[in-house]
Design a protein around this ligand. Structure first.
Ligand code: FAQ
Length: 311
């Protein structure tokens, strides 16, 4: 890169302007965006499975319609994000192979099972809640296509979060067994949802650079703190208990104090050894193979159209 190109890029970042696909950018900036955006896209696509598990067993037609729409939204988010990553010079095919070959990361949260209907409530409330905390600041990410995709995604995520809250609220107003089912789901999803924000700041290798480039606007721990601030009053409104007896607001330090997160669980999942890692990836591979005929038919159709246009 010549000095002029680098200076132009630095000016865009300093001015809080947006970097667009046509602009020159440092190779490391391009790489980190491809990493983050493709991981995010894979998370949305793999993230369809835990809830997809309940579409045929939703307790009413209304619940089924809502859940179906939510899972379809996640497919849509995955597709916008793959498109945003493609503007950086990677193909959809390369990203798909990184995922199904087990080389790409996707969010740790989607490697847990969904044994009960209350899990649909806990995922909406906690997982989509964490996703919103993390993604609202990403609407201002310095890379234009990513930031713009995030604006629309966040609007849909906030609907998702409310539908999850409402599922839990309904259960909490039900029978003892329904209340116990809701509490059990909250107990199982609480810690994993806190892990979604990534490792603690002093163990987050990508943070410094991503913050300097204005991709990240807040640190992993700062966002986790914000999330707790959102959860505590909502848990009270629901009547559920957050499963951490140490959790309290420290007035002097102006921060939430909590039991330390079990990072060994997080690292096991990242290493592919979580409860559902193998199932999630196998389902994705099977779907890819089952879809081969669609890709072939589309390619053949495109070939015929091109041939007709030539004649
Ligand atoms: N899971 O240095 P950092 C959703 C990795 S929401 C797995 O701190 P960074 C909505 C990280 O990649 C979920 N891996 O990294 C939905 C890095 O490894 P690498 C998706 C994780 O990038 C709801 C290493 O650890 N959201 O899908 C996790 O600065 C319901 C070191 O970490 C996004 O992807 C994790 N939880 O910060 C869908 C948001 N955390 O790449 C369906 C966009 C960290 O060097 C149903 N991403 N790692 O090999 C981000 O904001 C960032 O990438 C962070 C990580 C904050 C996740």
């Amino acid at each position: 890169a010549d000095a002029e190109q680098q200076a132009h890029f630095d000016d865009l970042i300093a001015a809080d302007s947006r970097v667009e696909p046509r602009d020159w950018m440092p190779e490391a900036y391009r790489k980190t965006l491809i990493r983050q955006i493709s991981q995010h896209a894979h998370s949305e696509i793999i993230g369809m499975q835990p809830e997809g598990n309940w579409i045929t067993r939703a307790p009413s037609l209304k619940r089924k319609a809502i859940l179906l729409a939510k899972v379809q939204d996640e497919a849509g988010h995955g597709l916008y994000l793959y498109s945003a990553a493609q503007t950086l010079g990677i193909t959809r095919d390369e990203m798909t192979h990184q995922l199904i070959d087990g080389k790409a990361k996707y969010s740790s949260i989607f490697n847990y099972p969904t044994p009960t209907w209350a899990d649909m409530g806990a995922i909406g409330w906690l997982v989509d809640g964490a996703a919103i905390c993390n993604q609202v600041p990403l609407c201002r990410a310095s890379y234009g296509p990513y930031g713009r995709a995030m604006v629309r995604i966040c609007k849909e995520e906030s609907f998702h979060q409310r539908q999850g809250f409402e599922i839990l609220l309904t259960l909490m107003q039900g029978t003892d067994a329904q209340r116990a089912m809701a509490q059990d789901a909250v107990d199982r999803w609480y810690w994993p949802s806190l892990m979604m924000f990534g490792p603690p700041d002093d163990a987050s290798p990508n943070s410094a650079r991503s913050t300097a480039w204005k991709i990240k606007r807040f640190s992993n721990d700062e966002l986790r703190q914000r999330f707790l601030g959102m959860l505590v009053p909502q848990a009270e409104a629901l009547g559920v208990t957050l499963p951490d007896p140490e959790l309290h607001w420290d007035e002097d330090a102006q921060r939430w104090r909590m039991t330390e997160i079990d990072w060994s669980e997080f690292h096991e999942i990242l290493a592919g050894r979580g409860p559902m890692n193998a199932v999630r990836l196998q389902n994705r591979r099977d779907a890819h193979e089952d879809g081969a005929w669609v890709r072939e038919a589309a390619a053949e159709y495109a070939r015929k159209q091109a041939a007709t246009a030539e004649n």
